[in-house]
Design a protein around this ligand. Structure first.
Ligand code: AMP
Length: 141
């Protein structure tokens, strides 16, 4: 498998070189809103360790990411009134991965509402800012 690329866009977000609508951060993980959400509240959860995907991350680091995914899924149900949550995670381009730093998609779902196609819609920054504020407040409380 190719080596980790320290110039991928999520590595730049993790270093603070690019902005994000942050919903959660601790010493091991960062979570922020997807700028092209497939449904309102679509969040990405990343380990801070430089891993491309599930094929090179240490098992304990992957386990911790999934603990954060669960917290965000539960908070999303409350904040976005979700009836369900879709979790997606892609590995290498053949597996559908576009950004090569491991990330897990947490997508709040409403009954009978289809997800938008990938990269089909760019959400307004002020909408993302408000959603991030509500979700991070729910996670803190
Ligand atoms: P994938 O690697 O297939 O899981 O897709 C990458 C995801 O990252 C897509 O859902 C994009 O909409 C999302 N994305 C790309 N650039 C950014 C960014 N700067 N901030 C937030 N989300 C992003």
């Amino acid at each position: 498998m190719p080596a980790y690329d320290h110039n991928n866009i999520f590595a730049k977000i993790l270093r603070g070189e690019l902005p994000c609508h942050k919903v959660f951060e601790d010493d091991k993980c960062l979570a922020f809103l997807d700028i092209m959400p497939r449904a309102p509240g679509h969040t990405l959860v990343l380990p801070k360790t430089p891993a491309r995907n599930i094929l090179d991350i240490a098992p304990d680091d992957l386990g911790y990411v999934m603990q954060v995914v669960q917290k965000i899924a539960k908070a999303s149900v409350r904040v976005f009134g979700a009836d369900g949550i879709t979790i997606q995670q892609f590995n290498e381009s053949a597996g559908g991965q576009v950004v090569l730093h491991l990330h897990v998609h947490v997508i709040p779902r409403r009954e009978g509402v289809a997800m938008k196609p990938p990269a089909s819609f760019k959400e307004a920054p002020e909408v993302l800012a408000e959603q991030a504020r509500k979700l991070s407040a729910a996670l803190a409380g």
